[in-house]
Design a protein around this ligand. Structure first.
Ligand SMILES: Cc1cc2nc3c(=O)[nH]c(=O)nc-3n(C[C@H](O)[C@H](O)[C@H](O)COP(=O)(O)O)c2cc1C
Length: 400
């Protein structure tokens, strides 16, 4: 039994698919898991707690303030007990609460209090699912390393076909099982350092030279690497994205700071993925005071920043080194040259002249170059997907 001795907390919220979670409890129990169920008040309108109690052989928890045993706080005890929390079905309402850290009932308070991994199974009307607020909330969950299972397309309770259906039980169980399987953690025991975001080089106390990098690509790689079991350190330049949960995140501003942060941690790393957009130059004489507009022209002298990637390529021992090249023209030729010159194991070529992809966008389209190997083209898709595919290539290279 694959889930023997595993403690799974199932949180059922008030959607029409709530009855399908009864099947989920059966599958989990059948595989040996101990299952305890929390239901929201809305969920109890769809299915009775008795059904879940019977199948899970445990009391169902619903009310934050009806804790009978005063020596412990039930929602904290539940949050600490679970090895994994599964929210199925997850209403739009609960997803919004999770994305914003709202804790106003037993279910949402437990979700905020737990350190266990979380799987969320959204199920709702297609228009609710596609609402920009909903999509924004789902992205926030993913940034917080919550595993969101994509809803399926098919016949909805509303009587028409659309996206938003509760997935097949096998799909959900595969994700549940993956959380307990080392087979799906090929990067377990590996230390990965990822850089992300853009650097800022000061001109004076109120101005700087920066770039358009949002950090989305590097953050996605860090989050996916963590899911694959790696110990991840994220060195982020300027990015509005929040620190991903469970990932050591170091914030820097300048290229020099970035270089120092990497060099200090280089020796213990197995893999380095340099997705940050680092300024090639910095201002030679940074002004102590705000520069006045007295003159018609202003000349700034720039000096070269250290080429971090090249330096790492020179000193690397067994580290697998990945670089990013943002090109606007002659991409492949420049990238091939960079790959060789900098002694990289892999170079990700990113055509930033296309506004639909690259800097700031949620999607990207890249070519992966490796020495003496065929290039791999990944057509336009989410940065999360690109991160996963890139890491799969790294994993298969490391096996060789
Ligand atoms: C008949 C009916 C079906 C509903 N189905 C869904 C659904 O499938 N998904 C969803 O997100 N909300 C659905 N709702 C709305 C939720 O029940 C409502 O937003 C509720 O406040 C959710 O509370 P909870 O998140 O605490 O469980 C439905 C409401 C009704 C009356």
């Amino acid at each position: 039994m694959t889930l023997e001795n595993k403690k799974i907390g199932l949180i059922v919220t008030g959607g029409i698919a709530a009855y399908k979670s009864l099947g989920l409890v059966r599958s989990m129990v059948k595989q040996g898991a101990e299952v305890r169920v929390v239901m929201t008040n809305a969920a109890t309108k769809f299915v009775t707690p008795l059904s879940f109690e019977t199948l899970s052989k445990n009391n169902v928890l619903t009310d934050l303030f009806s804790e009978k045993e005063s020596e412990h706080v039930a929602h904290i005890e539940f949050a600490d007990w679970a090895d994994l929390l599964v929210v199925a079905p997850a209403t739009a309402n609960m997803i919004a609460k999770m994305a914003n850290g709202i804790a106003d009932d037993f279910a949402s308070t437990t979700l905020l209090a737990t350190e266990a991994p979380k799987v969320v199974v959204p199920a709702m009307n297609e228009h609710m699912l596609m609402n920009p607020a909903m999509q924004r909330n789902l992205r926030l969950l993913e940034q917080d390393s919550v595993q969101v299972i994509e809803p399926e397309t098919g016949f909805l309770a509303e009587g028409y076909s659309g996206k938003g259906r509760f997935p097949e039980l096998e799909t959900i169980m595969a994700v549940v099982n993956a959380n307990f399987s080392d087979k799906d953690k090929p990067l377990k025991g590996k230390n990965i350092l990822v850089t992300a975001g853009g650097t800022q080089e000061r001109i004076d106390p109120v101005r700087f030279i920066g770039n358009d990098s949002s950090g989305k690509m590097g953050f996605a790689i860090a989050i996916e690497a963590q899911k694959l079991g790696a110990n991840v350190t994220l060195v982020s330049g300027v990015s509005k994205l929040p620190d991903p949960v469970g990932i050591t995140t170091i914030r820097v501003k300048t290229a020099i700071e970035l270089s120092e942060a990497i060099t200090r941690r280089f020796a213990e790393q197995n893999i380095l993925i340099m997705a940050a957009a680092v300024s090639d130059y910095r201002v030679q004489n940074v002004a102590d005071q705000k520069i006045k507009k007295d003159e018609d022209t202003l000349t700034l002298t720039l000096e070269k920043n250290p080429d971090i990637l090249k330096q790492l390529g020179k000193i690397k021992q067994n580290q697998y080194l990945v670089g990013f090249a943002a090109e606007t023209q002659n991409g492949l030729i420049n990238a091939q040259e960079k790959l060789e010159k900098k002694n990289l194991n892999l170079l990700v070529l990113n055509d930033v002249s296309n506004a639909a992809i690259g800097f700031n966008s949620n999607e990207n389209e890249v070519t992966l170059l490796r020495p003496q190997m065929e290039n791999i083209f990944i057509k336009q898709t989410s940065k999360k997907q690109i991160a996963g595919e890139l890491l799969n290539v790294v994993i298969s290279d490391l096996k060789k």
